[in-house]
Design a protein around this ligand. Structure first.
Ligand code: AMP
Length: 174
């Protein structure tokens, strides 16, 4: 099965010049979604993660079913101010301005192996910040994965230079 057949490209969303890769059509197709989760599970299982971390918000849709499949814990990486209780925060720079991500302090233990998931890996900025965030609690990010990778943006090179293996199911190189 070619998963690209189930991922919709919406030109000029959310602004002119951006091709938005929409996984709604993949999620809506139960067979294609099963295949996607099966392939991703095969790619990431060798990292023997303890915890799968989903990046808000579409990363939750990928990480939660995969965690169930692999028998791992699942935890949320959210924008600042959304998670209750004690949290750890990491601020990072964007092309214009800055942003911050948070996790709940007690959701991961020092030394645990974390695998980070999102629907799509673009510049890898959010994933890079997430690696720093888990580093603050002493956890080790052993890999990062997404359904889609925009390979022309070079996130893979940056992540691998930091010792984080990158996996994706489909890639677009322009
Ligand atoms: P980045 O931090 O640049 O890797 O951005 C990744 C985040 O932005 C992911 O959470 C994606 O859901 C979203 N994103 C960025 N570019 C696109 C795109 N072309 N199509 C769909 N989602 C995108």
């Amino acid at each position: 099965m070619d998963l690209k057949d189930h991922i919709r490209c919406i030109p000029d969303f959310p602004k002119a010049g951006i091709n938005f890769y929409d996984i709604s059509t993949l999620l809506a197709h139960p067979d294609a979604w099963q295949v996607a989760m099966g392939r991703l599970a095969k790619q990431v299982a060798p990292h023997a993660p303890d915890v799968l971390a989903g990046i808000e918000s579409r990363g939750f849709l990928v990480a939660a079913p995969l965690a169930l499949k692999l028998g791992c814990g699942f935890t949320m990486v959210r924008k600042a101010g959304k998670l209750p209780g004690p949290t750890v925060r990491h601020d990072y720079e964007l092309e214009y301005g800055h942003d911050a991500v948070e996790i709940q302090t007690d959701m991961v233990e020092a030394g645990q192996r974390v695998l980070v998931l999102d629907d799509l890996i673009a510049t890898g900025g959010t994933m890079g910040a997430t690696v720093d965030l888990f580093g603050k609690v002493g956890a080790e990010v052993v890999g990062a994965a997404g359904i889609v990778e925009l390979s022309f943006l070079g996130a893979r090179k940056h992540m691998e230079a930091r010792g984080v293996a990158v996996h994706s199911l489909v890639a677009y190189d322009s």
